[in-house]
Write a protein that binds this ligand. Structure first.
Ligand code: G3P
Ligand code: CA
Length: 249
């Protein structure tokens, strides 16, 4: 695939999450500065339809706010501190808008936008939601993988005239057969499985079907080596530099 980062690809999970407050601009900047070639982030919609970069549906864990992201307008969400929970050094860090993250992607950098399933289930107008997502990501000129655990959403995405690369996220308990059939029907680009319990035979099968395989979330170097030996194309890691110093990386 032209311009797609070569394997093995470490996808910086929620930015450089191990050292910075997840899903914030400092975490994304740090990942790019550390040499990341693809950064993952999570999105959901504010009450007034802005795309906010935040993992949890609720605000409590990663900000000083309360309640659900979707219950608040963007103006309110932007007053919150999304850095102090991690360290006082990041006090005043805000929840980013997706367009701010897109603007910070360096030349040749790729984004993996994960659309949280709750954001989809609560959406009042899915077409508008998709249109805003794709419009905001347009400056990336195709350097984007959109993924979700919400497979109905991925189906709608795949029907778009200029659909992005699609990553099928799955949990540990979803059956390989059904996932393979679904990913094939969608012409998905990649499969994003939970790394726990992943088997070599399944990796081989998915790859034979033409899918890239990027398991989540791998922070242990021995586990990373074992997965690469199984044939995965890369993996998500909170440590953007987990493979630093490894031959050829
Ligand atoms: O996209 C891989 C991974 O981010 C999925 O799980 O909970 O970290 O969003 P989660
Ligand atoms: Ca995610």
């Amino acid at each position: 695939m032209k311009d797609f980062p070569a394997s093995p690809l470490v996808i910086a999970h929620r930015g450089y999450r191990m050292r910075f407050p997840e899903n914030t601009l400092p975490a994304f900047d740090a990942a790019w500065n550390a040499g990341a070639r693809m950064v993952e982030l999570d999105v959901q919609w504010s009450r007034d339809g802005r795309i906010m970069v935040h993992h949890d549906t609720s605000l409590e864990r990663c900000s000083n706010g309360k309640g659900m992201v979707r219950e608040h307008n963007a103006y309110f969400l932007r007053q919150l501190d999304a850095g102090s929970w991690f360290s006082r050094a990041f006090a005043g860090t805000v929840i980013p808008f997706l367009e701010e993250v897109v603007a910070g992607v360096p030349e040749g950098g790729w984004l993996n936008v994960e659309v949280k399933p709750e954001a989809v289930s609560e959406a009042k107008n899915m077409s508008r939601m998709l249109a805003s997502l794709m419009a905001i990501c347009a400056p990336l000129k195709g350097r984007i993988v959109v993924s979700s655990f919400h497979h109905g959403f991925l189906k709608q995405l795949a029907r778009l005239p200029h659909a992005p690369f699609i990553g099928v996220l799955s949990s540990r308990w979803q059956k390989e057969e059904a996932l393979l059939a679904f990913a094939t029907e969608l012409k998905a680009f990649a499969w994003h499985p939970d790394h726990r319990g992943l088997e070599k035979t399944v990796v081989r099968r998915m790859k034979e079907a033409g899918l890239r395989v990027y398991p989540y979330t791998v922070n242990d170097q021995d586990r990373a080596a074992a997965l690469l030996a199984m044939g995965v194309d890369g993996f998500f890691s909170d440590d953007a530099e987990i493979l630093k110093g490894r031959d050829g990386y």
